[in-house]
Structures are given as structure tokens and as C-alpha cells.
Ligand binder design. Structure first.
Ligand code: CP
Length: 305
């Protein structure tokens, strides 16, 4: 069904995989909205979240429960034997005895990939530090696809913390399957790391790097805003200097991109004013809703690959 055994990074995902996720998410959308089926009856999801999460954990667990499966979980480093020094690979080997599939979030880049080496069952990366967040990227792609019916030809601005924001690191790699125009808007200190720019160049993606918000948000199809990731800063004074680099309000969106989608992986702080929430272009709560169907698709697909 999918070309990958574990979903660790967008690098393993093909365009056919993305489209399979869309197809399955369409199939599960009705069930995702407070319904249930028995597709995964008897299967167990291990949810290991060693870093805070509201949406990803709850929607992943919901995705399992709505398909008739069940969930076991470990929340926080303190309550696991990682705290006693057990390795990630040993932890994975142990949890594989209990769960048929594992979803994991961890603060260190590369940790979920390391964990997966010891796992006997499929592993889903639900966020590894400032690395990747592939399930978020897939639900973002699905949300855009549902609005426009296509991804080709879209002008997409990614705004804010492009250095530490793992959702945008994963998203650009999936968007690169399509003929999109990317506008990377950030302060100099929060630019997309060089390795991602090199990758975009290698793939021949049409992109530009800029810092002025208003001029570059003009007439975009999608404005995707990210929170400045306080938890990744060693210097909190630097965080305070950068945290309000861009504030988007409804007047700005109506002036520069009135027909666009305004997206955010959430949680938001002040970067999107609450006066945007009932604007018809606000899609950030729809992203959360789509997250259940997309994660149902991913879990179902991995367990049937
Ligand atoms: N978008 C996202 O990853 O949210 P959580 O941190 O609440 O899971």
C-alpha cells in the first residue's frame, strides 16, 4: 500500500504515497468525524510522547480508536525507563511486544529513526526536535488539496520560524512533488537551514528567500505561518527579540491575499490574531480536523502494507 515500512521522514515518501494517503483520508473522513469502524479491531497503538503535544497525540490516538483499535501510551520522559538510561533501540524492542504500531515524539533530531532501528513494528515520527513532522505535513497537504483540488500551480508562502519549525521542513519536501512556487519569509536569524535550501535547488523547486511579509504575501494561494519555537532557543533574550517578527491579522489578509488559505500547524501564540478565526480563509482549525482522517489513513496504510 505504501512504499515505506516506517513513516520517519518525507525523504522516504513518494508522490504515489501522498496520493494514497489522500485517497484513504477521503475514505475515512466521515468516520473521522465522530464515527467508528472495525478496520483495526484488535490492533494496539503505542503512543510514546516524550515532548509536549495536544493535537498530534490526541488525533493519532483518536485515529486508532475510531478504527476499532486501542491505545497504550507513555507520556513524558519521566514516566519511561529512558529516564533510567534504557536505549531508544531497546525501548523500541520492548514496546514492539505490546503494540502493533508505534507513534513517537521526542525532542532530539534523529531520535525516532534511531528508535525505529530496534522496532519490530511500524513506527510513525510524530516530531523529532527541529527535524521532521511528516504526519503534520501530510495533513497540511491534504488540507490544501481539499480546498483547491490540486497542488500544481499554487503559490505558497511559509512564514516565521523556518529554522526550527519541523513542520515546514517536512512540508517543503512533499510540496516539491508538485509544480509549486515557494516563498520562504523569515527574519535572517530564522531562515530555512542551508541543507534544505540546497535540497530545493537540487530538486529544481521554484523558491525565493525573503524577509518582508506584506510585499511577499501578496496574492499567495496559501499563507502558512509558524510559531517561533521558544523550546529550541538556548538564548531566551534572542527568542524575545524574534518572537513577534510577524503578526498576521484579518485586515492584512483581506488587503493582500483575500482569496487565500491562512494555515498554521498550531499551537499559535500571537502570530495570528484571533480576529482571523472567523475569516473564511482561516484553515488552521480545519487542519486539525483533517488530521484525524489523515492519521487514520497513515495507520491503516502502515498496518496493511
Ligand atoms: N501541530 C502540532 O504538532 O501540535 P502539537 O504540538 O499540539 O502536537
Amino acid at each position: 500500500m505504501f512504499s515505506f515500512k516506517h513513516l520517519l521522514s518525507p525523504d522516504q515518501v513518494t508522490k504515489a504515497d501522498v496520493e494514497k494517503v489522500f485517497e484513504l483520508a477521503d475514505r475515512f473522513a466521515e468516520t473521522a468525524d465522530h464515527g467508528s469502524n472495525k478496520e483495526l479491531d484488535g490492533k494496539v497503538l503505542g503512543a510514546l510522547f516524550f515532548e509536549p503535544s495536544t493535537r498530534t497525540r490526541l488525533s493519532t490516538e483518536t485515529a486508532m480508536l475510531r478504527q476499532g483499535g486501542s491505545v497504550i501510551n507513555v507520556i513524558g520522559m519521566e514516566s519511561s525507563s529512558l529516564k533510567k538510561g534504557e536505549s531508544l533501540q531497546d525501548t523500541a524492542r520492548m514496546v514492539s511486544n505490546f503494540a502493533d504500531i508505534i507513534a513517537m515524539r521526542h525532542p532530539d533530531v534523529g531520535s525516532v529513526e534511531e528508535f525505529a532501528k530496534g522496532s519490530l513494528v511500524p513506527v510513525i515520527n510524530c516530531g523529532d526536535g527541529a527535524g521532521d513532522h511528516p504526519t503534520q505535513a501530510l495533513l497540511d497537504m491534504y488540507t490544501i488539496y481539499k480546498k483547491y483540488g490540486r497542488l500544481d500551480g499554487l503559490k505558497i508562502a511559509l512564514v516565521g520560524d523556518l529554522k526550527f519549525g519541523r513542520t515546514v521542513h517536512s512540508l517543503i519536501k512533499l510540496l516539491a512533488f508538485y509544480q509549486v512556487e515557494l516563498i520562504l519569509i523569515s527574519p535572517e536569524a530564522l531562515k530555512m537551514p542551508e541543507k534544505y535550501e540546497e535540497w530545493l535547488k537540487e530538486k529544481g523547486v521554484n523558491y525565493k528567500v525573503v524577509s518582508d511579509l506584506e510585499a511577499n504575501l501578496q496574492d499567495v494561494d496559501v499563507g502558512y505561518i509558524t510559531r517561533v519555537q521558544q523550546e529550541r532557543f538556548d538564548d531566551q533574550a534572542e527568542y524575545m527579540r524574534l518572537k513577534d517578527s510577524y503578526i498576521i491579522n484579518r485586515a492584512l489578509m483581506e488587503r493582500v491575499a483575500p482569496n487565500s488559505m491562512l494555515m498554521h500547524p498550531l499551537p499559535r501564540l500571537d502570530e495570528i490574531a484571533v480576529d482571523c478565526d472567523d475569516w473564511e480563509g482561516a484553515y488552521y482549525f480545519k487542519q486539525v480536523k483533517n488530521g484525524v482522517a489523515v492519521r487514520m489513513a497513515i495507520i491503516f496504510g502502515l498496518l496493511n502494507s
